[in-house]
Design a protein around this ligand. Structure first.
Ligand code: EPU
Length: 443
């Protein structure tokens, strides 16, 4: 079954949308849960393909799971971990599952985890993860595509990361929770998801300070002192930014609920410079609107708190019809401009030179058939379709389903004319009847 979105552009998005739990946080909380010889319960879990993959990894290791879709919670009973292997079949589907390495090593003193390999958006090496675990005392061999790590005892130490890698910071935090003595991670990633992981780990009995800054100290605690707990993950800042961009791009007006505005400071600042109105209504609500044509801006993607690479493609879409010329420099990934050829097919004027893109605003985009080449490029093309004149078809929706819960339902609640269909579904009745069609095709 090949699913596509059909989007009728030109509707200003209006209304309210509630942001789901953070994908990039909850996946790591799942990995962390195996440190506890008991049960943990995590709330605000979004329903996503990546969540299912991570739960399969845990289940393969012997954890018992209870996924309550209505409650948006997952209970993980990791009393018995019966395997130390995370298979290639799962890790290759989702790189975030590599974070299980640090947790499994801490829990079982040995872990065999498939190397994730390359990825469409860049090389995405894991050398800092490996070097950091070695510094903690693990003996590591790479054999047959797997990382085989062993450590009868992990010992805390100072680790400096050459790049503030999110995944490496998380893997090392997980490994260090029960290490002997203190581990200090310098030049650590500062993303909100790192702080969320530290808060979760402290809730189950770890002793971590400094998370959310560039220096994190993990004082090792005895493994037996880790205990069961319940925890609610943070809202997804990238999903929130995506909806804000969709509202701004369609000259709409909406209330974004269940969002932490502080997690989007840099992005919000850029949207304001482009001409959007942004009001922080209360600690978890943003009101966003835009009436006039946007102004172009320049930006460089950077680790948090800089401009998030995960919103780069989405911001590029806004620049395609802004006044003037905008320049984007992508500094985190080698190949994260995959949306460019498809945006050009919709009429955008973009010149790309290695990791720089120069976007000259055009009057309007026109609908076309485009392909989601990765999660964020896919979301960027959906927004382009909402802004464009005419009909846009977005293919390869499995990329979008990895990271956006009920994407088309949330967008259509804001008034977007978007429908998911497969080859057997008729799409002629798009428009006034759209909600009825969605109910049938999206469940
Ligand atoms: N890097 C290395 N060596 C390492 C680790 C990273 O060279 O050992 C490089 C990577 O190749 C990359 C850069 O450092 O060029 C940053 O990578 P990082 O480790 O920070 O990213 P990640 O942990 O693999 C997470 C998110 C990404 C997000 C980045 C940056 C998850 C599951 N993924 O990836 O999210 O882009 O941080 O913020 O948390 C997405 O959600 O669409 C997504 C790709």
């Amino acid at each position: 079954m090949v699913e596509k979105f059909k989007i009728q552009g030109g509707e200003a998005l209006k209304g309210e949308v509630s942001v789901s739990g953070a994908k990039n946080s909850v996946l790591k909380l799942f990995a962390a849960s195996i440190l506890v010889k008991g049960s943990t319960k995590i709330y605000n879990v979004p329903q996503l393909t990546d969540v299912n993959i991570m739960l399969n990894v845990l289940s393969d290791l012997g954890a018992k799971l209870d996924y309550n879709l209505e409650e948006k919670s997952v209970s993980i009973d990791a009393t018995d971990i019966t395997s130390i292997t995370a298979k290639y079949e799962l890790v290759s589907k989702m790189r975030a599952s590599f974070t299980i390495l640090g947790a499994l090593l801490a829990r079982c003193k040995e872990a065999i985890v498939a190397l994730p390999g390359g990825c469409a958006i860049g090389e995405r090496r894991v050398d800092f993860h490996i070097k950091g675990l070695e510094a903690l005392g693990a003996k590591i061999k790479i054999e047959n595509g797997y990382v085989h790590a062993k450590a009868s005892k992990l010992v805390g130490t100072d680790i400096y990361l050459d790049i503030p890698s999110v995944g490496a910071t998380e893997n090392l935090m997980l490994a260090a929770v029960t290490a002997q003595g203190a581990t200090r991670i310098q030049n650590a990633a500062q993303e909100p998801e790192i702080l969320d992981l530290a808060n979760f780990l402290n809730t189950i009995g770890a002793d971590i300070t400094g998370a959310g800054t560039s220096e994190i100290v993990i004082n090792g605690v005895p493994r037996e002192s880790l205990h069961s707990a319940e925890y609610t993950t943070i809202p997804d800042r990238i999903e929130a930014g995506t909806f804000m961009a969709a509202v701004v791009g369609t000259k709409g007006k909406a209330v974004i609920r269940n969002v932490y505005p502080a997690h989007l400071t840099f992005f919000n600042d850029k949207l304001i410079k482009m001409g959007a109105n942004i009001k922080l209504a209360d600690p978890t609500t943003i009101e966003v609107s835009c009436k006039s044509k946007l102004n172009s801006i320049n930006f460089v993607t950077q680790p948090y708190p800089g401009f998030p690479t995960d919103l780069q493609a989405i911001a590029m879409t806004l620049l395609t019809t802004s006044n003037g010329v905008g320049i984007i420099t992508e500094s985190l990934y080698e190949n994260r401009f995959m949306q460019v050829p498809d945006l050009r097919r919709m009429g955008a004027d973009i010149h790309q030179d290695r990791n720089h893109a120069i976007i000259k605003g055009v009057k309007y985009l026109t609908g076309a058939t485009v392909v989601a080449s990765d999660l964020r490029a896919g979301a960027a093309l959906v927004i382009a379709g909402l802004m464009a004149n005419g009909e846009t078809y977005v293919e390869k929706l499995h990329h979008i389903d990895r990271g956006y819960e009920s994407f088309e339902q949330k967008l259509s609640n804001l008034g977007a004319k978007i429908i998911r269909f497969d080859d057997e579904t008729t799409v002629n009745n798009i428009g006034t009847n759209i909600k009825g069609v969605l109910n049938e095709s999206c469940l």
